[in-house]
Design a protein around this ligand. Structure first.
Ligand code: ADP
Ligand code: ZN
Length: 212
C-alpha cells in the first residue's frame, strides 16, 4: 500500500507505520528518522537540518523534497510505502503530487490520525527514543527493560533534543499552522481517511477496511 500518515507529533504515525510494514511488506519512510540519522552522522544534510529540528521548526521544503525524490525511487518502494512525517506543508504536498504523477504512481490514502492535545503532550514528554535504531519507548507505558538501554540493539535510549517542553509546544503550533491544512488538501483530492486514534490497532483496522 501507498499511504501518507498525517497527524500531530506524538499521534502515533511511527507506531502505526511499523505495524503496517509487517502486514504487507511496505516500507516506512520517516523524514524525521532520515534527518536524525544525518544529524548523528554529521553529514552536510544533518548540519543544515539540526538548528531547525532542535527548535521544533520545519526544515526547508527544498531540502525535504531533495531527500524524498531520491528515496521514493529506491527499489524497496516498489512494494509500497508509508510516508511518516511527510508531506508536512502544502508546497511539499503539491511537489509530492507532481513527483508521483511523473513516476506514474497513485496513493491509496492520506490517513489523518487524530489524538487529543493533552494525550499528545503527555506522550511526548514521556517518550524516549533509541539513538541508534530509532525504537520508541515511553517511561510510563513502555520502558526499556534496562533503564536507558535499547532492548533491540543495546543503543542509548534518550530524550530527543526536540522533546523539551518549549520545542514540543512549538512543534504542536507548527503542526496546526503548516501541516493541519493538508487535511483539506487531501480531502479535495478524495484521499482523506480520518481516524480517531483510540489505539494503534483501531487505526490499522480502519485503514484495512478502507483499502484492503
Ligand atoms: P514528530 O514527532 O514531530 O512527528 P518527526 O520525527 O517526524 O517528529 O520530525 C522531527 C523533526 O524533523 C521536525 O520537527 C522537523 O524539524 C523535521 N522534519 C521531519 N519531517 C519534515 C518535513 N516533511 N518537512 C520539514 N521538516 C521535517
Ligand atoms: Zn536500538
Amino acid at each position: 500500500m501507498k499511504l501518507i500518515l498525517l497527524g500531530a507529533p506524538g499521534a502515533g504515525k511511527g507506531t502505526v507505520a511499523k505495524l503496517l510494514t509487517k502486514i504487507d511488506g511496505s516500507v516506512q519512510i520517516s523524514t524525521g528518522d532520515i534527518l536524525r540519522n544525518a544529524v548523528a552522522a554529521g553529514t552536510e544534510l544533518g548540519k543544515q537540518a539540526q538548528t531547525a529540528m532542535n527548535a521544533g521548526d520545519l526544515v526547508s521544503d527544498d531540502l525535504i523534497m531533495g531527500i524524498m525524490e531520491q528515496r521514493l525511487q529506491e527499489d524497496d518502494c516498489k512494494s509500497g510505502y508509508l510516508l511518516d512525517g511527510f508531506p508536512r506543508t502544502i508546497p511539499q504536498a503539491k511537489a509530492l503530487k507532481a513527483l508521483l504523477e511523473k513516476m506514474g504512481e497513485t496513493l491509496d490514502a492520506a490517513v489523518e490520525i487524530d489524538v487529543a492535545r493533552d494525550v499528545i503532550l503527555d506522550r511526548l514528554t514521556t517518550r524516549r527514543t533509541c539513538s541508534d535504531c530509532g525504537e520508541i519507548y515511553n517511561i510510563k507505558s513502555n520502558p526499556a527493560k534496562v533503564d536507558g538501554v535499547c532492548d533491540k540493539c543495546g543503543g542509548a535510549v534518550v530524550q530527543r533534543d526536540d522533546e523539551t517542553i518549549e520545542a514540543i509546544s512549538n512543534r504542536l503550533n507548527v503542526y496546526n499552522e503548516q501541516t493541519a491544512p493538508l487535511v483539506g488538501f487531501y480531502q479535495a483530492e478524495d484521499l482523506l481517511l480520518s481516524v480517531d486514534a483510540t489505539s494503534s490497532e483501531a487505526v490499522i483496522s480502519a485503514i484495512q477496511a478502507k483499502i484492503c
